[in-house]
Design a protein around this ligand. Structure first.
Ligand code: ZN
Length: 434
Protein backbone atom coordinates (compact mmCIF):
# COMPACT_ATOMS: atom_id res chain seq x y z
CA UNK A 1 0.00 0.00 0.00
CA UNK A 2 1.08 3.56 -0.76
CA UNK A 3 2.85 5.04 2.31
CA UNK A 4 0.67 8.16 2.44
CA UNK A 5 -2.52 6.06 2.27
CA UNK A 6 -1.18 3.81 5.03
CA UNK A 7 -0.47 6.85 7.21
CA UNK A 8 -3.90 8.31 6.47
CA UNK A 9 -5.60 5.04 7.51
CA UNK A 10 -3.53 4.90 10.70
CA UNK A 11 -4.40 8.56 11.50
CA UNK A 12 -8.12 7.87 11.00
CA UNK A 13 -8.05 4.61 12.97
CA UNK A 14 -6.51 6.45 15.93
CA UNK A 15 -9.22 9.13 15.63
CA UNK A 16 -12.66 7.54 16.16
CA UNK A 17 -14.02 10.80 17.66
CA UNK A 18 -13.16 14.52 17.39
CA UNK A 19 -11.47 14.25 20.82
CA UNK A 20 -9.27 11.41 19.57
CA UNK A 21 -8.48 13.29 16.33
CA UNK A 22 -7.14 16.20 18.39
CA UNK A 23 -5.20 13.84 20.66
CA UNK A 24 -3.67 12.13 17.59
CA UNK A 25 -2.53 15.53 16.28
CA UNK A 26 -1.34 16.57 19.76
CA UNK A 27 0.94 13.53 19.92
CA UNK A 28 2.38 14.20 16.45
CA UNK A 29 3.03 17.83 17.39
CA UNK A 30 4.69 16.80 20.68
CA UNK A 31 6.91 14.37 18.75
CA UNK A 32 7.89 17.24 16.45
CA UNK A 33 8.92 19.42 19.42
CA UNK A 34 5.83 21.63 19.78
CA UNK A 35 4.91 23.06 23.19
CA UNK A 36 1.38 23.11 24.52
CA UNK A 37 -0.06 26.48 25.57
CA UNK A 38 -3.08 26.70 27.86
CA UNK A 39 -5.72 29.35 27.29
CA UNK A 40 -5.97 29.74 31.08
CA UNK A 41 -2.33 30.81 31.42
CA UNK A 42 -0.31 33.76 30.13
CA UNK A 43 1.78 33.08 27.04
CA UNK A 44 5.50 33.69 26.71
CA UNK A 45 6.42 33.17 23.06
CA UNK A 46 9.76 33.36 21.28
CA UNK A 47 10.83 33.76 17.70
CA UNK A 48 11.64 30.34 16.37
CA UNK A 49 9.23 28.78 18.90
CA UNK A 50 6.74 25.99 18.03
CA UNK A 51 3.40 25.89 19.86
CA UNK A 52 -0.14 24.53 19.92
CA UNK A 53 -3.30 25.28 21.87
CA UNK A 54 -6.40 23.11 22.35
CA UNK A 55 -9.94 24.21 23.19
CA UNK A 56 -12.48 21.74 24.63
CA UNK A 57 -10.21 18.82 23.74
CA UNK A 58 -11.78 18.82 20.26
CA UNK A 59 -10.33 21.86 18.41
CA UNK A 60 -6.63 22.56 17.96
CA UNK A 61 -4.47 25.37 16.58
CA UNK A 62 -0.73 24.81 16.00
CA UNK A 63 1.70 27.51 14.85
CA UNK A 64 5.38 28.36 14.77
CA UNK A 65 7.00 31.77 14.81
CA UNK A 66 9.58 32.38 12.10
CA UNK A 67 12.97 33.31 13.55
CA UNK A 68 13.22 36.42 11.40
CA UNK A 69 9.70 37.70 12.16
CA UNK A 70 6.67 37.55 9.85
CA UNK A 71 4.49 39.59 7.53
CA UNK A 72 1.19 37.70 7.73
CA UNK A 73 -0.47 34.41 8.57
CA UNK A 74 -0.82 31.37 6.29
CA UNK A 75 -3.78 29.50 7.79
CA UNK A 76 -5.36 26.16 6.93
CA UNK A 77 -8.69 25.35 8.60
CA UNK A 78 -10.28 21.90 8.55
CA UNK A 79 -12.62 20.07 10.93
CA UNK A 80 -12.28 17.24 13.44
CA UNK A 81 -15.91 16.05 13.68
CA UNK A 82 -17.98 13.74 11.49
CA UNK A 83 -21.69 12.90 11.49
CA UNK A 84 -22.51 10.16 13.96
CA UNK A 85 -24.97 9.09 16.62
CA UNK A 86 -24.41 10.46 20.11
CA UNK A 87 -25.19 8.29 23.14
CA UNK A 88 -27.90 9.97 25.21
CA UNK A 89 -27.92 10.29 28.98
CA UNK A 90 -29.43 7.15 30.63
CA UNK A 91 -28.94 5.26 27.38
CA UNK A 92 -30.04 1.72 28.19
CA UNK A 93 -33.45 0.60 26.88
CA UNK A 94 -34.89 -2.84 27.49
CA UNK A 95 -36.77 -4.49 24.61
CA UNK A 96 -39.02 -7.54 24.98
CA UNK A 97 -37.25 -8.47 28.21
CA UNK A 98 -34.64 -10.09 25.92
CA UNK A 99 -32.54 -7.25 24.56
CA UNK A 100 -30.76 -4.12 25.75
CA UNK A 101 -30.46 -1.38 23.15
CA UNK A 102 -29.01 2.13 23.42
CA UNK A 103 -30.83 5.41 23.13
CA UNK A 104 -28.99 7.67 20.68
CA UNK A 105 -29.58 10.92 18.80
CA UNK A 106 -28.22 12.24 15.52
CA UNK A 107 -25.07 14.35 15.45
CA UNK A 108 -24.98 16.15 12.09
CA UNK A 109 -26.64 15.25 8.81
CA UNK A 110 -25.63 11.71 7.94
CA UNK A 111 -26.72 9.14 5.40
CA UNK A 112 -28.49 6.78 7.78
CA UNK A 113 -28.85 3.62 5.66
CA UNK A 114 -25.16 2.63 5.68
CA UNK A 115 -25.11 2.59 9.50
CA UNK A 116 -27.14 -0.64 9.43
CA UNK A 117 -25.66 -4.13 9.62
CA UNK A 118 -22.04 -3.25 10.30
CA UNK A 119 -20.01 -3.60 13.49
CA UNK A 120 -19.94 -0.34 15.44
CA UNK A 121 -18.32 0.77 18.65
CA UNK A 122 -18.31 3.72 21.02
CA UNK A 123 -15.67 6.43 21.54
CA UNK A 124 -15.46 9.90 23.04
CA UNK A 125 -14.68 11.21 26.50
CA UNK A 126 -15.82 10.74 30.07
CA UNK A 127 -15.42 13.20 32.92
CA UNK A 128 -14.51 11.54 36.21
CA UNK A 129 -14.32 12.67 39.80
CA UNK A 130 -10.77 12.30 41.15
CA UNK A 131 -10.00 13.33 44.75
CA UNK A 132 -10.71 17.07 44.70
CA UNK A 133 -11.06 17.68 40.96
CA UNK A 134 -12.75 16.53 37.74
CA UNK A 135 -10.64 14.98 34.99
CA UNK A 136 -11.38 14.35 31.30
CA UNK A 137 -10.43 10.88 30.01
CA UNK A 138 -10.63 9.74 26.41
CA UNK A 139 -12.36 6.45 25.88
CA UNK A 140 -12.52 4.04 22.95
CA UNK A 141 -14.21 0.67 23.45
CA UNK A 142 -11.85 -0.79 20.91
CA UNK A 143 -13.90 -3.85 19.89
CA UNK A 144 -17.06 -4.64 17.93
CA UNK A 145 -19.67 -3.63 20.50
CA UNK A 146 -23.01 -2.70 18.94
CA UNK A 147 -24.96 -3.14 15.68
CA UNK A 148 -28.08 -1.60 14.12
CA UNK A 149 -29.76 -4.60 12.44
CA UNK A 150 -32.06 -4.01 9.45
CA UNK A 151 -35.63 -5.28 9.39
CA UNK A 152 -35.84 -8.34 7.10
CA UNK A 153 -37.20 -7.86 3.58
CA UNK A 154 -39.99 -10.35 4.42
CA UNK A 155 -41.33 -7.96 7.05
CA UNK A 156 -41.07 -4.88 4.86
CA UNK A 157 -41.60 -5.67 1.19
CA UNK A 158 -41.28 -1.96 0.36
CA UNK A 159 -37.75 -1.75 1.76
CA UNK A 160 -36.25 -1.26 -1.72
CA UNK A 161 -38.75 1.38 -2.80
CA UNK A 162 -37.12 4.14 -0.73
CA UNK A 163 -36.96 4.19 3.07
CA UNK A 164 -37.67 6.83 5.67
CA UNK A 165 -35.68 6.47 8.87
CA UNK A 166 -36.88 7.66 12.24
CA UNK A 167 -33.88 8.33 14.50
CA UNK A 168 -35.82 7.48 17.67
CA UNK A 169 -37.15 4.16 16.36
CA UNK A 170 -35.06 2.75 13.52
CA UNK A 171 -31.53 3.75 14.52
CA UNK A 172 -31.15 2.44 18.09
CA UNK A 173 -28.15 0.09 18.28
CA UNK A 174 -28.47 -3.34 19.88
CA UNK A 175 -26.02 -3.62 22.79
CA UNK A 176 -26.70 -7.02 24.38
CA UNK A 177 -29.10 -9.63 25.66
CA UNK A 178 -31.10 -9.15 28.86
CA UNK A 179 -28.00 -10.03 30.90
CA UNK A 180 -26.35 -6.82 29.65
CA UNK A 181 -28.79 -4.73 31.66
CA UNK A 182 -27.00 -2.10 33.76
CA UNK A 183 -23.55 -2.81 32.25
CA UNK A 184 -23.15 -0.13 29.55
CA UNK A 185 -21.46 2.46 31.74
CA UNK A 186 -19.38 -0.37 33.28
CA UNK A 187 -18.16 -1.21 29.77
CA UNK A 188 -17.28 2.43 29.14
CA UNK A 189 -15.59 2.79 32.55
CA UNK A 190 -13.50 -0.35 32.00
CA UNK A 191 -12.32 0.92 28.59
CA UNK A 192 -11.46 4.30 30.13
CA UNK A 193 -9.65 2.68 33.06
CA UNK A 194 -11.88 4.36 35.65
CA UNK A 195 -14.64 3.36 38.09
CA UNK A 196 -18.17 3.68 36.68
CA UNK A 197 -19.32 5.34 39.90
CA UNK A 198 -16.81 8.14 39.35
CA UNK A 199 -18.12 9.08 35.89
CA UNK A 200 -20.05 12.34 36.21
CA UNK A 201 -20.29 13.36 32.55
CA UNK A 202 -19.77 11.97 29.04
CA UNK A 203 -19.70 12.79 25.33
CA UNK A 204 -19.84 9.40 23.58
CA UNK A 205 -20.43 8.65 19.91
CA UNK A 206 -20.89 5.59 17.70
CA UNK A 207 -18.21 4.90 15.11
CA UNK A 208 -17.81 2.46 12.26
CA UNK A 209 -15.34 -0.37 12.96
CA UNK A 210 -14.72 -1.28 9.31
CA UNK A 211 -11.06 -0.71 8.51
CA UNK A 212 -9.84 1.32 5.54
CA UNK A 213 -9.21 -0.48 2.24
CA UNK A 214 -7.70 0.24 -1.17
CA UNK A 215 -9.64 -1.22 -4.10
CA UNK A 216 -10.44 -1.02 -7.82
CA UNK A 217 -8.99 -2.59 -11.00
CA UNK A 218 -5.70 -0.71 -10.54
CA UNK A 219 -6.14 -0.01 -6.82
CA UNK A 220 -7.18 3.52 -7.63
CA UNK A 221 -9.76 4.01 -4.88
CA UNK A 222 -9.77 3.97 -1.11
CA UNK A 223 -12.62 3.73 1.38
CA UNK A 224 -12.64 4.44 5.11
CA UNK A 225 -14.79 6.30 7.67
CA UNK A 226 -14.50 10.03 8.50
CA UNK A 227 -12.61 11.02 5.30
CA UNK A 228 -14.69 14.20 5.63
CA UNK A 229 -12.79 15.88 7.08
CA UNK A 230 -9.89 13.92 8.59
CA UNK A 231 -8.34 13.58 5.12
CA UNK A 232 -7.90 17.37 5.02
CA UNK A 233 -6.87 17.61 8.71
CA UNK A 234 -4.22 14.92 8.08
CA UNK A 235 -2.91 16.63 4.91
CA UNK A 236 -2.86 20.00 6.68
CA UNK A 237 -0.81 18.60 9.58
CA UNK A 238 1.64 16.79 7.27
CA UNK A 239 2.11 19.88 5.08
CA UNK A 240 2.48 22.09 8.16
CA UNK A 241 5.20 19.89 9.66
CA UNK A 242 7.11 19.50 6.38
CA UNK A 243 7.00 23.13 5.17
CA UNK A 244 10.11 25.24 5.00
CA UNK A 245 10.22 28.53 6.86
CA UNK A 246 8.97 31.54 4.89
CA UNK A 247 8.02 35.12 5.70
CA UNK A 248 4.65 34.14 7.20
CA UNK A 249 3.51 32.54 10.40
CA UNK A 250 2.00 29.13 9.52
CA UNK A 251 -1.20 28.14 11.37
CA UNK A 252 -2.68 24.63 11.36
CA UNK A 253 -6.22 24.93 12.61
CA UNK A 254 -8.80 22.15 13.12
CA UNK A 255 -12.26 23.03 14.44
CA UNK A 256 -14.92 20.82 15.99
CA UNK A 257 -18.65 21.05 15.29
CA UNK A 258 -18.59 21.89 11.57
CA UNK A 259 -21.26 19.24 11.07
CA UNK A 260 -23.69 21.03 13.39
CA UNK A 261 -23.18 24.61 12.18
CA UNK A 262 -19.90 25.60 13.95
CA UNK A 263 -21.65 27.86 16.52
CA UNK A 264 -20.00 26.40 19.63
CA UNK A 265 -17.22 27.77 21.84
CA UNK A 266 -14.70 25.65 19.92
CA UNK A 267 -16.30 25.84 16.44
CA UNK A 268 -15.27 27.93 13.42
CA UNK A 269 -17.82 30.59 14.44
CA UNK A 270 -16.15 30.97 17.86
CA UNK A 271 -13.38 33.33 18.91
CA UNK A 272 -10.81 30.51 19.08
CA UNK A 273 -8.77 31.55 16.03
CA UNK A 274 -9.17 35.28 16.72
CA UNK A 275 -8.14 34.81 20.36
CA UNK A 276 -5.11 32.75 19.38
CA UNK A 277 -3.87 35.17 16.69
CA UNK A 278 -4.34 38.24 18.88
CA UNK A 279 -2.61 36.55 21.81
CA UNK A 280 0.35 35.69 19.57
CA UNK A 281 0.40 39.32 18.47
CA UNK A 282 0.31 40.59 22.04
CA UNK A 283 2.90 38.12 23.35
CA UNK A 284 5.32 39.31 20.65
CA UNK A 285 4.81 42.94 21.67
CA UNK A 286 3.05 43.89 18.44
CA UNK A 287 0.31 46.55 18.22
CA UNK A 288 -3.31 46.02 17.16
CA UNK A 289 -2.55 47.89 13.96
CA UNK A 290 0.28 45.44 13.23
CA UNK A 291 -2.20 42.59 13.68
CA UNK A 292 -4.57 44.18 11.18
CA UNK A 293 -1.76 44.84 8.71
CA UNK A 294 -0.65 41.23 9.04
CA UNK A 295 -4.22 40.04 8.29
CA UNK A 296 -4.24 42.06 5.06
CA UNK A 297 -1.16 40.06 4.01
CA UNK A 298 -2.61 36.72 5.05
CA UNK A 299 -4.38 33.89 3.29
CA UNK A 300 -6.54 31.01 4.42
CA UNK A 301 -7.31 27.63 2.93
CA UNK A 302 -10.66 26.40 4.21
CA UNK A 303 -10.12 22.69 3.60
CA UNK A 304 -13.18 20.46 3.62
CA UNK A 305 -13.91 17.61 1.26
CA UNK A 306 -15.82 18.07 -2.00
CA UNK A 307 -18.24 15.94 -4.02
CA UNK A 308 -16.71 14.04 -6.93
CA UNK A 309 -19.02 13.29 -9.87
CA UNK A 310 -20.86 10.06 -9.03
CA UNK A 311 -20.78 7.41 -11.80
CA UNK A 312 -24.45 6.46 -11.26
CA UNK A 313 -25.74 10.01 -10.78
CA UNK A 314 -23.73 12.12 -13.21
CA UNK A 315 -26.78 14.39 -13.73
CA UNK A 316 -26.39 15.61 -10.13
CA UNK A 317 -23.16 17.49 -10.93
CA UNK A 318 -22.75 20.96 -12.46
CA UNK A 319 -22.67 20.62 -16.28
CA UNK A 320 -19.30 22.33 -16.76
CA UNK A 321 -17.41 21.81 -13.49
CA UNK A 322 -16.93 18.15 -12.81
CA UNK A 323 -14.30 17.04 -10.28
CA UNK A 324 -13.20 13.39 -10.29
CA UNK A 325 -11.39 11.18 -7.81
CA UNK A 326 -7.59 11.27 -8.37
CA UNK A 327 -7.95 14.49 -10.38
CA UNK A 328 -6.19 16.76 -7.89
CA UNK A 329 -7.26 19.37 -5.33
CA UNK A 330 -10.77 20.79 -5.74
CA UNK A 331 -11.52 24.50 -5.45
CA UNK A 332 -15.14 25.29 -4.49
CA UNK A 333 -17.16 28.29 -5.67
CA UNK A 334 -20.59 29.59 -4.76
CA UNK A 335 -22.06 32.93 -5.91
CA UNK A 336 -23.91 33.35 -2.60
CA UNK A 337 -20.59 32.84 -0.76
CA UNK A 338 -21.43 29.59 1.03
CA UNK A 339 -17.92 28.96 -0.27
CA UNK A 340 -15.64 31.95 0.13
CA UNK A 341 -13.59 31.55 -3.05
CA UNK A 342 -13.64 34.65 -5.25
CA UNK A 343 -11.62 35.63 -8.32
CA UNK A 344 -8.64 36.91 -6.32
CA UNK A 345 -8.52 33.89 -3.98
CA UNK A 346 -8.89 31.52 -6.95
CA UNK A 347 -6.05 33.18 -8.84
CA UNK A 348 -3.78 33.02 -5.79
CA UNK A 349 -4.64 29.36 -5.15
CA UNK A 350 -4.07 28.37 -8.79
CA UNK A 351 -0.59 29.88 -8.50
CA UNK A 352 0.11 27.93 -5.31
CA UNK A 353 -0.95 24.66 -6.97
CA UNK A 354 1.13 25.44 -10.05
CA UNK A 355 4.21 25.87 -7.88
CA UNK A 356 3.43 22.62 -6.07
CA UNK A 357 2.89 20.92 -9.46
CA UNK A 358 -0.56 19.69 -8.41
CA UNK A 359 -3.65 19.66 -10.68
CA UNK A 360 -6.64 21.81 -9.68
CA UNK A 361 -10.30 20.97 -10.31
CA UNK A 362 -13.40 23.06 -9.70
CA UNK A 363 -16.62 22.28 -7.86
CA UNK A 364 -19.86 24.22 -8.05
CA UNK A 365 -23.33 23.08 -7.15
CA UNK A 366 -25.88 22.72 -9.91
CA UNK A 367 -27.65 26.08 -10.13
CA UNK A 368 -30.93 24.48 -9.00
CA UNK A 369 -29.69 22.87 -5.77
CA UNK A 370 -28.69 24.71 -2.57
CA UNK A 371 -25.67 22.48 -1.66
CA UNK A 372 -23.80 22.48 1.65
CA UNK A 373 -21.76 24.95 3.62
CA UNK A 374 -18.35 24.75 5.31
CA UNK A 375 -15.79 26.56 7.47
CA UNK A 376 -14.39 29.51 5.52
CA UNK A 377 -17.40 31.83 5.39
CA UNK A 378 -18.14 31.16 9.08
CA UNK A 379 -14.57 31.63 10.32
CA UNK A 380 -14.37 34.81 8.20
CA UNK A 381 -16.85 36.55 10.50
CA UNK A 382 -14.24 36.34 13.31
CA UNK A 383 -11.00 36.64 11.34
CA UNK A 384 -11.57 38.26 7.95
CA UNK A 385 -8.96 37.55 5.30
CA UNK A 386 -8.64 36.28 1.74
CA UNK A 387 -9.88 32.70 1.80
CA UNK A 388 -10.28 29.91 -0.70
CA UNK A 389 -12.51 26.89 -0.12
CA UNK A 390 -10.87 23.69 -1.21
CA UNK A 391 -11.08 19.95 -0.56
CA UNK A 392 -10.58 16.54 -2.12
CA UNK A 393 -13.13 14.84 -4.35
CA UNK A 394 -14.98 12.02 -2.63
CA UNK A 395 -18.09 9.89 -3.00
CA UNK A 396 -20.72 9.00 -0.38
CA UNK A 397 -20.07 12.06 1.77
CA UNK A 398 -21.52 11.62 5.28
CA UNK A 399 -21.78 7.87 4.98
CA UNK A 400 -19.88 6.08 7.79
CA UNK A 401 -17.71 4.60 4.99
CA UNK A 402 -16.64 7.14 2.36
CA UNK A 403 -14.67 6.76 -0.88
CA UNK A 404 -11.84 8.84 -2.37
CA UNK A 405 -8.93 8.57 -4.81
CA UNK A 406 -5.57 7.11 -3.72
CA UNK A 407 -3.52 9.91 -5.33
CA UNK A 408 -5.35 12.90 -3.89
CA UNK A 409 -4.08 12.93 -0.28
CA UNK A 410 -0.51 13.27 -1.50
CA UNK A 411 -1.55 16.08 -3.86
CA UNK A 412 -3.10 17.96 -0.96
CA UNK A 413 -0.05 17.47 1.28
CA UNK A 414 2.13 18.94 -1.49
CA UNK A 415 -0.15 21.97 -1.83
CA UNK A 416 -0.28 22.50 1.94
CA UNK A 417 3.48 22.23 2.25
CA UNK A 418 3.94 24.78 -0.53
CA UNK A 419 1.29 27.07 1.00
CA UNK A 420 2.67 27.04 4.55
CA UNK A 421 6.14 28.00 3.34
CA UNK A 422 5.11 31.02 1.28
CA UNK A 423 3.69 34.52 1.75
CA UNK A 424 0.70 36.13 0.08
CA UNK A 425 1.19 39.86 0.36
CA UNK A 426 -1.00 42.78 -0.63
CA UNK A 427 1.56 45.27 -1.97
CA UNK A 428 -0.92 47.91 -3.11
CA UNK A 429 -4.56 48.44 -3.97
CA UNK A 430 -5.65 45.40 -5.99
CA UNK A 431 -2.09 44.09 -6.24
CA UNK A 432 -0.73 40.89 -4.68
CA UNK A 433 2.55 39.01 -4.66
CA UNK A 434 3.17 35.45 -3.66
ZN1 ZN B 1 -16.74 18.45 6.03
Amino acid sequence: MDKTVEELFSFIEKSPSAFHAVETMRQELENAGYHQLLESESWVLHRGGKYYVIRNGSSIIAFRIPAKGFAGYQIVASHSDSPSFKIKENPEMEAEGHYVKLNVEKYGGMLMAPWFDRPLSVAGRVIVREDNHLAVKLVNVDRDLVMIPNLAIHMNRDANEGMKYNAQKDMLPLYGSETAKGTFMETIAKAAGVKAGNIVGHDLFLYNRTKGCVWGAKQEFLSVGRLDDLQCAFASLKGFLKAEEGDSLPVHCVFDNEEVGSSTKQGAASTFLYDTLTRINEALGRTKSQYQQALASSFMLSADNAHGVHPNYSEKACPTNRPYLNGGVVMKFSANQKYTTDGVAAALFREICKRADVPVQVYLNRSDVPGGSTLGNISGTQVALNTVDIGLAQLAMHSPYETAGVKDTEYLIRVMRQFYGMTVREIGYGCYTI
